[in-house]
Write a protein that binds this ligand. Sequence first.
Ligand SMILES: [Zn+2]
Length: 501
Amino acid sequence: MKFNSSEWGQKRLHNMIRDRGDWVISRQRVWGVPLPIFYAEDGEAIMTKETIDHVAKLVEEHGSNVWFQREAKDLLPEGFTSEHSPNGKFTKETDIMDVWFDSGSSHQGVCAERDYLTYPADLYLEGSDQYRGWFNSSLITSVAYAGHAPYKQIVSQGFTLDGEGRKMSKSLGNTIVPSEVIDKMGAEIIRLWVLSVDTSADVRVSMGSFQQISESYRKFRNTVRFLLANTSDFDPNTDAVAYEDMESVDKYMTILVNRFTKEILDAYANYEFMDIYKKLINFLTTDLSAFYLDMAKDIVYIEAENSKKRRSMQTVLYDVAVRLTKLMTPVLPHTTEEVWAYLKEDEDYAQLSEMPEVNHFNNEEKVFENWTKFMRVRSSVLKSLEMARNDKLIGKSFEAHVDLYVTDEVKADLDSLDTNVRQALIVSALDVHSFEEAPENANVYDNEIAVTVEHAVGDVCPRCRMIKEDVGSDEQLPQLCASCAKLVRENYPEAVAEGLE
Ligand SMILES: [Zn+2]
């Protein structure tokens, strides 16, 4: 059997069953599911297969209220007699069945009875108080009756408490009405909040929690908007670049997004919703926003429209947009449906699409390893850039000229990336030297990487936003740096003729 909070839930149910005493299944209430017992004139209880089957048939035809509506003689089989009732008089039991027995036998009354349901059920889902209640009584009745549990999995959820951990109540005035949050921030925020907390235990919630979540929501929305904006001229059917032909960094991102896909699908399968939230935010923030999308700007805006380098990146951006949309559809159905209208997929609705597949690629371990190593170099450079910014040496990172001093091993790692390292670091200039040449003022990391940062020399090229010494070297396109001028001349001759606007 599988539990969402697996070990904890299993232990809890185990202990509840172990410590459970006798179960009195009758209750003294005026109404409920009757106990089909009759009494003869001398007090003898009558409970035979014949009488029970007859009552069961009446209940099937008229509902359980029939027990309360009819006299005892009208609930017994026609012509029923007993030696204990010489005058033919009978009375009926007035106690009812314990409600936990009712719900605890629903696996027979509901699951086993209906063609479209299965017994054992795939899943029992309820509040965490049901380890004592429904999960418990169902297990006992099913094991007694069939020798196995009535469910394959249990998922339990905690209760919501206020920000101080107190139970919510009207008299305390500490309740949060979901409809008010919905009016203020939208229903997606509530769902995203539920995703973000550990619902296997009780959960604290305050209006502040929703504020925080709405920022995460905005992060998702803005990321997808960026992906859509940068693929608006991309047709996945005609412009997509195959993995083998992609730029190195695009391969890396493709591998990452497939691994991310697997992690999210696994988390859904295991009901680990909080994990989905954490992984989503980390992917949006670290892998996309702080790295790939930052770099993407320099390629999607600058490279020629139909160049392979640009199409390679757009292939990934589009794939990421589709995957994020599909993966988040169960939680953010309105937002993802809105996004879907801009994607160029065959299905009409995100709701009708399948979850994305997890793909694997030739050599993916190696590519992943190379870029993981690059990320270490990058984090060293980022630290040095941060220091340079604090020293007012540079403003934005791309104003920097970075000198990198690395060991032969790190140099080989960088070469194996097969990428423009300067572009991947988003700086105006980069020179790579051997580690031994590092000057005294360099920042040294792990005894294998040293970094110095200066303000790049030259002027800002308005097209690629880098600072280059050769800005103005082209007579016809004097605003641009030499490489932008060359690219524009080759790809957009009409712009050159008109004088670049
Ligand atoms: Zn330029």
